[in-house]
Design a protein around this ligand. Structure first.
Ligand code: THU
Length: 156
């Protein structure tokens, strides 16, 4: 029997359409991209994670000459949050933005490995983590959960 999986998400034309809290979080992600170490790809990614208590933890991609040893911005942010704030493993919203070699802000949807990692923290906290993604041209996409980005995720 054929079945269909539907992903619900919202799209916005610009930052101005977002709630103040989300707009500020995306601004933190833009600033976080400044911390990227990306000499190999030239692609800078910034991530900003708002915890349930309002704390914002940022991350950026960190590359390495031994390529697989580097880490994406999203995982840098959430691992850092888990390590630095074990008292509040409550992840409310993650904002992500890319900046290309020309310095233009651009789309950065989380990669598969990041979705897997985010998914585990979401499952452990027992409520959804929103994901706010910057898109080319300044549009934005909001997913109400990581599960919507990674259906049928691995677990055992
Ligand atoms: N990157 C991220 O930081 N997040 C993603 O979700 C996808 C890719 C980084 C990894 C690498 O440093 C650069 O972007 C180009 O792939």
């Amino acid at each position: 029997m054929d079945k269909v999986h539907v992903i619900n998400y919202q799209e916005f034309q610009s930052l101005a359409e977002l709630e103040e809290k989300d707009r500020r979080l995306m601004q933190c992600a833009v600033e976080a991209a400044e911390g990227a170490y990306a000499p190999y790809s030239g692609f800078h990614v910034g991530a900003a994670l708002r915890l349930g208590n309002g704390t914002v933890v940022v991350g950026s991609n960190q590359e390495n000459v031994a390529y697989p040893s580097g880490l994406c911005a999203e995982r840098t942010a959430i691992f850092s949050a888990s390590a630095q704030h074990p008292e509040c493993r409550d992840y409310e919203t993650l904002a992500i933005v890319g900046r290309n070699a020309e310095g233009t802000l651009c789309e950065a949807m989380p990669c598969g490995a990041c979705r897997q990692v985010l998914s585990e923290y979401e499952q452990r906290q027992g409520h959804p983590m929103r994901v706010l993604c910057y898109l080319d041209g300044g549009r934005l996409r909001i997913f109400e959960s990581v599960a919507s980005l990674l259906p049928f995720s691995f677990d055992f």
